[in-house]
Design a binder for this molecule. Sequence first.
Ligand code: SF4
Length: 213
Amino acid sequence: MQPDYQLIYEKLFNHYGPQSWWPADTPFEMMIGSILVQNTNWRNVEKALVKLRPYLDPESIDFLPIEELAQLIRSSGFFNIKAKRIKAFIAWFKKYNFDIDRIKRKEKRELRNELLLINGIGMETADVMLLYAFDKPVFVVDAYARRIFYRLGHDMPASYDGFGKLVEKELPGDLVIFNESHALLVEHAKQLCRAKPICVECPLLSICDQRIE
Ligand code: SF4
């Protein structure tokens, strides 16, 4: 059976309320955070962002030697790789004179393809940037979304784009709904639909097959 995305969204929204993501002061901080969070948890990212704070603008990071950048973000793990990725991202961003509004005017698919060409920007990172920095309504397919939809009883496409497009087709193309939808799924996976789920308190219980391995 096709999932009722709108219903899932409404039930989560009514239970958890607005999440107002991404947790960042500026779109630039958001984008750097989205690279730092690869393969680690948000607590480690926060520690890195505290150290990085005095340099948290594109020009400063552009001038920062890569070794120094790597040391500043050490707490986020894989810091040498992530420093290279941040530098690659900055080199791309510089082509637009660090002008986010100019990038926002680009068509969604075209911009996504550009982001995917940057070293270390995969589909999930590209999509969170599109959604939370460039105001494009996209569905972010992460491990939490996969876990929740599977447990609800829906066999979603195995490919990233297949999963994302299926949800995007059904949800209204409203930026706020996509913004909240990803944040709500993350919140739900952390609070109730954990590795060991707490189903008795779950707002999705009445529509869930509870396929728990
Ligand atoms: S009922 Fe349980 S398995 Fe289903 S979504 Fe809720 S917490 Fe997850």
